[in-house]
Design a protein around this ligand. Structure first.
Ligand code: HH2
Length: 298
């Protein structure tokens, strides 16, 4: 469970400390034609920039922009194509009030994104594709997210068996973090993410969520991305766009178990859920001995 210490935990990105004593939201903006749940919706840069501002207004603390789909079976996109999708959006974000992370595993794209104003790199391969991302983060002070994935998006769902999924994911994340620290990153600069849906079965994803405190015990800022993932769809037998409530529930559950940054498509409902929970937690339980007898609610 999330410790109610009120300590000043932060995720450091460039010159900003993002406070994570309470969970915050990274709003997803996929500027891809083929993303899992929102492919094509924001491929036009003007639509993408408008959505970026909406994401900030709806309560996100971070904007996470991706230009290469990582859905199961997705083909890799060359760096120049990925950059051509990102560049016009990054250039037009102006004075967006929240820091931007870029969801890329490519050093060449990450370098250009940081030059164009991004503050963090979200690497779904946890340095396996481009170990140089750690040195880049160390040199620039950019935030770095290291996510666990088995294999590649093309192969990851072929082998989803683990002896103990939580222990294996934890060990891999600790090793990736150690590599980043060795490259010169500061501990509060490197966030970790167990990678829901990346080479895991439905049961494996549920096990990770249920035992998320074991990942949190590493002590690093923790990202989590249950949003509209197919393991939620499998539970409810619905498609990704009908998974808003399920995604909010999974995000809130993850936050209770120690997740610091919820990577979500549906920013407004997630923010409302976190706000209600925080408001409840901020109060002492109130004795209302007559409430039940009077049959009153609210
Ligand atoms: N999930 C996706 C992409 N990037 N990054 C982190 N840190 N954690 C995640 O769980 C994560 C991620 C996949 O989701 P989505 O962006 O909806 O789809 P696509 O990869 O098809 O664009």
């Amino acid at each position: 469970m999330r410790a109610a210490t009120g300590s000043a935990r932060v995720w450091r990105v460039l010159d900003r400390d993002i406070p994570i004593a309470r969970p915050v939201i990274a709003g997803i903006l996929n500027v891809t034609p083929d993303s899992f749940s929102d492919g094509g919706c924001f491929a036009d840069p003007r639509t993408a920039v408008a959505r970026a501002w909406e994401i900030a207004e709806e309560g996100a603390a971070i904007l996470d922009i991706g230009a290469e789909s990582t859905r199961p079976g997705a083909d890799p996109v060359p760096a120049d194509v990925e950059w051509a999708r990102l560049e016009p959006v990054l250039a037009a974000l102006g004075d967006l009030p929240i820091p931007v992370s870029v969801d890329t595993a490519k050093l060449a794209v990450a370098e250009r994104a940081l030059d164009a104003g991004a503050a963090a790199i979200n690497d779904v391969t946890a340095l396996r594709q481009d170990p140089g991302l750690a040195a880049l983060a160390a040199r620039t002070g950019a935030g770095l997210v290291l996510m666990h994935m088995r294999g590649t998006p093309g192969t990851m769902q072929r082998n989803t068996g683990y002896r103990d999924v939580v222990a294996e994911v934890r060990a891999a994340l600790v090793a990736a973090r150690d590599a980043a620290l060795e490259a010169g990153c500061a501990p509060d600069q490197v966030a970790l993410d167990p990678g829901l849906g990346f080479g895991k079965s439905v049961e494996g994803n549920l096990e990770l969520l249920a035992r998320l405190d074991e990942i949190a015990s590493i002590g690093a800022p923790m990202w989590i991305g249950p949003s509209r993932k197919s393991f939620l769809g499998a539970l409810l037998d619905v498609g990704p766009r009908d998974l808003v409530t399920a995604s909010v529930a999974a995000g809130l559950t993850a936050a209770r178990r120690g997740a610091d940054v919820l990577r979500v498509h549906d920013v407004r409902p997630t923010h409302e859920a976190l706000t209600v929970e925080a408001s409840i937690n901020a109060r002492e339980p109130v004795e209302r001995p007559h409430a039940r007898a009077a049959g009153r609610h609210g």
